[in-house]
Design a protein. Structure first.
Length: 512
DNA sequence: GTTAGGG
DNA sequence: CCCTAAC
């Protein structure tokens, strides 16, 4: 009932804004999107939240409509924020990972959220005003069957899991992952290509999880300038000469959770969101493409091979996304700018805020606010979180789910022989109890290697050196190095006291 | 913030 | 690599 009320409220708001019947369709993702028949009507996105499983069968575009009150409440505010973002070329909301969907021609097409086959028909959800009942906001939702208009970006709707990270959509909606903001550093995780095959499933899902992002449709006021092609409203069609013409409908920014004190000013919130988005956008983006819910990673494929041609109707399920470039390392989202601003006490992706859907049967609703999720990376993923402003159900558990863990886990980066060499040399000199020093001494510039990583690597090196070559895996480490590892390990095991000193006497080094 | 170990 | 207790 609460969800319905929320929807009703949204509908009511929409109605108030556009006196005419709202012919809006809700695209539920993280956001409730309303598209107006006429281009001139401002399209306002209503961020929506975690919605549960009411219509989770994927057949109804409504599936994730039930939104979180919090998000809805924030909706309007966020919508306003969008304008600022538009200058960035991205429709705005607070989410950095942008996912664009290419619609088929119909301007009124609604992003359906089928989770299943992209081709199945979907029910668009329309909001209609209703005069009866108490408040003028009452309304009801009616589903309407429309031609199949699969929208990749929307498929994951159910995935309430926030996404976090700049992850793309995956075949399995439920796998969508939010950007996860590590409590340690509030990083937004990026996609990670070299994810171990073993965990591939995670990776894929994580990678695709922009589904949780809620999107704000760019406003399309008549007078407003359309920023590049990222504005909302588009259609795609194939011309006769075998050319595929596409127009990006909108981009979704990754979800971004924000926690800010009630006493903070609206201005500080706006500033915070703006900066967060700017930081993310300025961090380097790359475009991701999804066809029928699947990420297309092979840049060498032709559109035809990918299924993007006039021969099929895949255009309906084309999706573009803006993702953080892989080259870029996760950026401390807030730390960099929060400190210098009025919103010092603003926290992004507070771990506690992450609701864990660790329950037996995590429903979309449960997983909703999970991560800030997500891809990343990091991607943990977000809305501006105004979502967090409103009270939300107490988090039953703080423990993260497997998905969440996968989302924030760093990629595996095997040590090269060169690195091993450097590590061995450093340990020979500094011992095995001063990893911080080892880091500074030999891996100062290797940002991806923490002292804990070095410590762990040493641990495995010692183990590797002790087992038979046949049992070793990965790039072979020269026996010479392994010998030094054992020697140094033995040495420092017997001279722990020396570690307390700065540098071992040269004699000791020689002894090694 | 580090270290040391178990996972 | 992650997670954390213990410093």
């Amino acid at each position: 009932m609460c969800a319905i009320d929320l929807l009703a409220t949204v509908a009511g708001s929409l109605l108030l804004e556009s006196k005419s019947p709202v012919n809006a369709c809700l695209v539920v993702q993280n956001t409730v999107k309303n598209e107006y028949p006429a281009d001139e009507n401002p399209v306002k996105a209503v961020p929506y939240s975690e919605s549960p499983s009411l219509f989770d069968n994927g057949k109804c575009g409504f599936s994730s409509v039930i939104t979180n009150p919090n998000h809805l409440l924030v909706g309007d505010k966020v919508g306003k924020e969008v304008e600022g973002f538009s200058s960035l070329g991205v429709s705005g909301d607070v989410k950095p990972d942008v996912v664009a969907s290419i619609g088929s021609n119909s301007s009124t097409e609604v992003g359906a959220c089928g989770n299943g086959s992209p081709n199945e028909s979907r029910d668009d959800v329309n909001l209609f005003s209703r005069n009866d009942d108490d408040e003028n906001f009452s309304g009801y939702i009616r589903t309407r069957m429309t031609r199949p208009v699969p929208r990749i970006g929307d498929r994951r709707i159910r995935k309430i899991l926030a996404s976090r990270h700049w992850k793309g959509g995956s075949k399995n909606n439920t796998d969508a992952k939010p950007w996860y903001c590590s409590k340690r550093s509030y990083y937004l995780h990026h996609h990670q290509r070299s994810y171990p095959i073993k965990k591939r499933k995670y990776f894929d899902s994580v990678y695709d999880s922009n589904s949780d992002d809620y999107r704000l449709q760019g406003k399309t006021h008549k007078g407003s300038r359309t920023i590049s092609s990222m504005k909302s409203r588009n259609a795609s069609f194939v011309s006769r000469d075998h050319h595929v013409k596409l127009r990006i409908k909108s981009f979704r920014v990754p979800e971004l959770f924000v926690e800010i004190p009630e006493t903070a000013t609206v201005g500080s919130l706006k500033r915070m969101v703006m900066e967060a988005v700017t930081t993310i956008l300025g961090d380097g983006l790359r475009v991701g493409l999804m066809v029928q819910g699947k990420k297309v990673r092979d840049d060498g494929k032709t559109l035809l091979q990918t299924g993007i041609s006039e021969e099929n109707n895949h255009l309906d399920s084309l999706g573009f996304s803006l993702e953080p470039s892989l080259e870029t390392t996760p950026q401390p989202l807030l730390s960099s700018y929060l400190s210098d601003h009025a919103c010092d006490d603003v926290t992004l992706c507070h771990d506690n805020a992450l609701d864990s859907s660790h329950e037996p049967e995590p429903s979309p609703a449960d997983s909703f606010g999970k991560l800030g999720t997500s891809d990343h990376s990091r991607a943990l993923i977000p809305v501006a979180s105004a979502a967090m402003l409103a009270p939300r159900p107490p988090n039953r558990k703080f423990k993260r789910t497997e998905q969440q863990l996968a989302a924030q886990r760093r990629i595996r980066r095997p040590f090269s022989v060169t690195e091993v060499e450097a590590l061995v040399q450093a340990v020979e000199k500094l011992g095995t109890g001063r990893w911080r020093d080892v880091k500074v001494r030999a891996f100062e510039d290797a940002d991806h290697r923490t002292y804990v990583d070095l410590k762990d690597k040493w641990k495995t090196l010692v183990h590797t050196a002790r087992i038979s070559p046949q049992q070793r895996r990965g790039e072979p480490v020269p026996q010479e190095l392994l010998d030094r590892v054992l020697k140094a390990h033995a040495y420092w095991s017997q001279h722990l006291m020396h570690q307390l000193q700065t540098e071992p006497p040269s004699t000791q080094v020689e002894a090694l």
